[in-house]
Design a binder for this molecule. Structure first.
Ligand code: NAP
Ligand code: MG
Length: 403
């Protein structure tokens, strides 16, 4: 059979440890035999990042801007232990942070749902995608402990030197704490556009929630910016696509989410997204079944797994032991990127291949063949635990039947 053609390359960002091993297996077993794979390769493995003074990370992000679609393997974010382990010149920053800053994107995390693994909230029959605003608020705060008798004020000095003051609190009879937060209209607008674009792209409703009744200026600004951009740029497109933008208060949103059947995107402010993404991921069962895509306001896409490099499994692998590491989220990063490349380049065969590869993967698990993490969660009676490579070969068998 002839291989499926590609015209524009995908930006391929290789990574570290066990996911780097899985990366190569996926390419060798499930992609290269079927697709005339064209990629522009960037090695984001920690050794090469160190060798290039992290230039490779910047170059890969610039290439993503140029080509529009990237697929990324999990990478090590250096800490003190990694400094000695890899003899690093510097504690290089998180590649994900660097790439996100360059693309100005929003991260969307979506669980992969399979029969046999019931979410802790069993009504969640469809995925809930969380979009977290990754700028500002409490993550870029200024805070102080203050002494009894202190008077604390917010002071803003504008470009003309004019001061505006507002009392936070007079600390009578007790010590206390204060905090200063900020966000920018520009960042909130980018976040809003990424969310509206992704909703259109995936044909799902978009929910957004803040506490604007209490925070009448700060949270209300988020609500207003979303509403203005929606009315001016997206309302007609949403109507045409048959999807909805829905705004409510954050506590009402939480109550609705729990009662829902899923199948929508939930846009969250930074802190809400931090908390809710862990809650939603846990409720769906496994971090190893969570995909992640960074979407820029201009519509550039970078696909990856939500989990890390699975270090513990890698050390077993280095000792020559076989591991049963779940490759599904990394595989779905590839299928997401190939499908998007197919859409952008008008190669329907490539998008159809991505669909079939996902279908083959899900069928494999639903027929009872799975890695150890899912084996512990699955309620299938005929379930069987297999190693990392066997799982991918079982997917290939089912893929062949679909092609
Ligand atoms: P992790 O790699 O996500 O793994 C944590 C644990 O979760 C594993 O030990 C394993 O549990 C389970 N797990 C995660 N993914 C799995 C998979 N695909 N299959 C089976 N089990 C899986 O997180 P970490 O150990 O905290 O971080 C390791 C490295 O990854 C760190 O250097 C960190 O900087 C990096 N990291 C990178 C990214 C990214 O690039 N996006 C994200 C997060 C972390 P058991 O050991 O119990 O089997
Ligand atoms: Mg968190």
């Amino acid at each position: 059979m002839a291989k499926i053609p590609m015209t524009t390359p995908l930006v391929e960002m290789d990574g570290d440890e066990m996911t780097r091993i899985i990366w190569k297996m996926i390419k060798d077993i499930l992609l290269i035999p079927y697709v005339d794979l064209k990629t522009e390769y960037y090695d984001l493995g920690l050794e090469y990042r160190n060798e290039t003074n992290d230039q490779v990370t910047f170059d890969s992000a610039e290439a993503t801007k140029k080509y529009g679609v990237a697929v990324k393997c999990a990478t090590i974010t250096p800490n003190a232990a990694r400094m000695t382990e890899y003899n690093l010149k510097e504690m290089w920053k998180s590649p994900n942070g660097t790439i996100r800053a360059i693309l100005d994107g929003t991260v969307f995390r979506t669980p992969i749902i399979v029969k046999g693994i019931t979410p802790y909230i069993p009504t969640w029959a469809k995925p809930i995608t969380i979009a977290r605003h990754a700028y500002g608020d409490v993550y870029k705060n200024t805070e102080m402990q203050v002494k009894e008798g202190s008077k604390c004020e917010l002071v803003c000095t504008d470009a003309n030197g004019v001061e505006t003051r507002s009392v936070i609190h007079d600390f009578d009879g007790t010590d206390g704490i204060i905090q200063g937060l900020h966000n920018t209209d520009k960042s909130i607008a980018s976040f809003a556009r990424s969310c509206f674009n992704f909703a259109l792209d995936t044909k799902q409703d978009l929910w957004f929630a803040t506490k604007d009744t209490i925070s009448k200026k700060y949270d209300h600004r988020f609500k207003d910016i979303f509403a203005e951009i929606f009315e001016a740029e997206y309302k007609e497109k949403f109507d045409a696509a048959g999807i909805e933008y829905f705004y409510t208060l954050i506590d009402d949103a939480v109550a609705r989410v729990v009662r829902s059947e899923g199948g929508y995107i939930w846009a969250c402010k930074n802190y809400d997204g931090d908390v809710m993404s862990d809650m939603v991921a846990t409720a769906y069962g496994s971090l190893a079944m969570m995909t992640s895509v960074l979407v820029s306001p201009e519509g550039v896409y970078e696909y990856e797994a939500a989990h890390g490099t699975v270090q513990r499994h890698y050390y077993k692998h280095l000792k020559g032991e076989t591991t049963s590491t779940n490759s599904v989220a990394t595989l779905f990063a590839w299928t997401g990127a190939l499908r998007k490349r197919g859409e952008l380049d008008g190669i329907s065969e490539l998008s159809a291949f991505a669909d079939k590869l996902e279908q083959a993967t899900i069928t494999t698990i639903e027929e009872g063949v799975m890695t150890g993490d899912l084996y512990l969660l699955s309620n299938l009676e005929n379930k069987k635990k297999v190693d990392t490579e066997t799982f991918l070969r079982e997917v290939a068998v089912r893929l062949e039947k679909l092609l």
